[in-house]
Design a protein around this ligand. Sequence first.
Ligand code: NG1
Length: 421
Amino acid sequence: MAEARDPEGVTNERSTDSELFSSLFGGAPTHVARAPGRVNLMGEHIDYCDLAVLPMATQHEAQLQFRARDDGLVRITNQDPEFDPVEFELGPAIAPGSRGDWRNYLQAPANELARQFAIWRGLDGVLSSDIPVAAGLSSSTALVNAVGLALAEVNEVLLAPAQFAELMAEAEHYTGTRGGGMDQAIGFGARAGHAACIAFSPLRMRHVAVPEDWCFVVADTGVRAEKSGRAQGPYNQRRSECEEALDVVVQFALQHDRLPTRPRGYPDLLRMLGAAEVISLAEEALEARLLKRFRHVVTEADRVDQAVDCLLSADLAGFGTLMDASHGSLYADYQVSSRELDELVAIAREGGGAGARLTGAGFGGCIVTLADRGTVGAVLETLAEQYFEPRGMGDGIDDRLFVAVPSAGASVGNSVAAAGA
Ligand code: NG1
């Protein structure tokens, strides 16, 4: 996994952030923490089943310019006035704000780090992010990761990236969403030019180069799917359904002597019996809704393995076919798609995409489609003409429709502003 510390110092620092910092707090920030967003290429809604996923970090990131304080106060202002300034005292039992309040994403890492390490030193900071919000591109985890890194830095907490990722995954449950560990893992462990196949419990990461002429295009429906809001209930419900389905299948298999011992979870069950036998068991044991959820999980896990092979052999058509199958499963079995997502997927395919699927939690947010360099222009144009322009979403389209650049993981380093102050 990549080093969390940025040894080169920092480039592309947002200068307006340091200006705002000095007007709010006086002087200059000393450090900057950066945490990227991500696009998941394959393996949706299976990280919380401890099954492997295949995301990559993107060029979009959250940046926190900060300076340590000599007390336990944390004061963070967002460049975006949509989000109110946040102030809280460090401690292991910070009271959460109301549901949907963005402060919860700042308090989450503070609360967890204080629980584990009795940290005491707060910070002043200015935060900015160009990751589309509530779009399935990990905007929330980027906040958690950036604030977590900054607090670890000022309190001299040293953690390996994998440990940090696991800690931040636990931390984010503070917000009420029972997410898996994918976003935190790719957020810390990503390598430029690569996607990563991430396995869990314990966290392991295999970096896989993205072929030079492959372009993953992201298109945002413009429908927000806030996991701190309306999407939280359905998201948590899916996770509970997966847990329940696994319990029922295992119980049934044990009762009918189809399993020698109790498996520890989905990966163990699949290792013991193989996907085909597991699905046939599920067809006997589960009622319709749980069977759908279960079938998505098992087939999606298989698609992740196949997608890694396609990446390794630069099989673009094969990868596209898997994307289509994944979307079909998320639509029909997992029921997390939406009219707008389905429409974007159809347009992307019509425009020449090798395949397309919703990415992230769904319920709104983004799709991802794959094209080679020769075709990507046509795909972008078709999406613009058939989805964005008719809806009057042509202005600022670059934020909603872009080619994702496989980027590096989070880092913390000295602020350029401090050097110039
Ligand atoms: P997004 O797409 O950021 O809402 C969520 C979860 C992931 C994963 C995906 C679905 C969090 C922080 N992230 O991501 O763990 O389950 O949905 O694959 O909860």
